[in-house]
Design a protein around this ligand. Sequence first.
Ligand SMILES: Cc1ncc(COP(=O)(O)O)c(C=O)c1O
Length: 408
Amino acid sequence: MVDKNRKYGMSTIGVHLGAHDSMDAQFHPVNIPIYASSTFAFPTTDDGAKIFAGESDAYTYGRLSNPTINDTEVRLAALEGGEKAILFGSGMAAISTFLLATLKAGDHVIADKTLYGGAHSVFLHVLPNFGIEVTRLDTSDIESVKAALKPNTKLLYFETPTNPTLRVVPIKPIVELARANEIITAIDSTFLSPILQRPIEMGVDVVIHSATKYLNGHSDLIAGVVIGNEELLAPVFMGRVHFGGMISPFDAYLLGRGLKTLKVRMDAHEVGGRIVADYLKKQPMVKELLYLGHDSHPGHEVAKTQQSGFGSMMTIILHGDLETAKLFVDSLQLITRAVSLGGVETLISHPASTTHSDLVVPPEDKITAGIIDTLMRLSVGIEDPEDIIFDLDQAFEKIQSKVKIVAD
Ligand SMILES: Cc1ncc(COP(=O)(O)O)c(C=O)c1O
């Protein structure tokens, strides 16, 4: 039982808050059961009639709602400080359903020029097909956002920090401008989680996460969530019903379990991220390091004003060439070569040989995206930082003899 009047801390919310207080009166399980049921029986035809008349909110069909899913949604809404959370089967299902449910033909949307690749594609290739006009720009340049406003501008959409460039977008000026013009604001806050960034408290209307990442934290499921007030989310709920991007009860259970340790995991990510970044900063083979916690990062000062930590994402650019970078990445033993981020294990991704290799992306697009051959993205996990550093160290040793560092 929780006291509805108390403002609980984030760890307590993660462990205790849910919709399950009154559930399972028969066995009193400490954890919510996984309700693996696609449909829910009506005790009588009259009970069924009440549900369909909107007079009862009992469960009906698994694409609409499910007790396990609802439990995790209640906890997510509480963590983010929003009225309601709606879970989806992926971060992309959350983003595309939110956009298609919120916008209609004739609307104009302003989106930041740097977005996660999948979201970028939806703005570029999907929304225009539905008669939705899209302007892409640098939303941290508030004057250019102002200049781009139109009478039909309905939504301002951005990420901060951005994937993959770790650019910080100031939230406050965007909220002020949007409120003055009655425009909805939506932010993808995946890189920080509600432990390190609380956009709703700063006036943002809608917060979106790829819950695949820090929220779940164990790299064992794909999920997404949209959080905001009841009114704004009503069409998003119907969007989930129509497009069918519902999360499964199994994944919702796992995600709910992940949320119980969100605060302690984020604390460990924060500490480990700082130690690893400080080590990398001093490494002679590192030409450039982008980590939000260092004052050399262009977004550091803004980050301090709107984040309560810097997270564990960093971008490393090595001296040398493509072969040096490949040898470095291939030499790692503990650190896992994989895309994605935010898991308990440290992951490294090397775009030039994977997501942005010549076979996948035309060279000119690679340049536009700022991907150079020796750039890699590190998501620091919660292992002992000295073990992560040991692994990096032995990989640096392997490339040291091969690269002549030239001052530039
Ligand atoms: C910032 C961000 N938003 C959204 C997504 C999409 O999430 P998902 O892979 O869960 O569909 C990702 C995936 O990497 C991401 O990094």
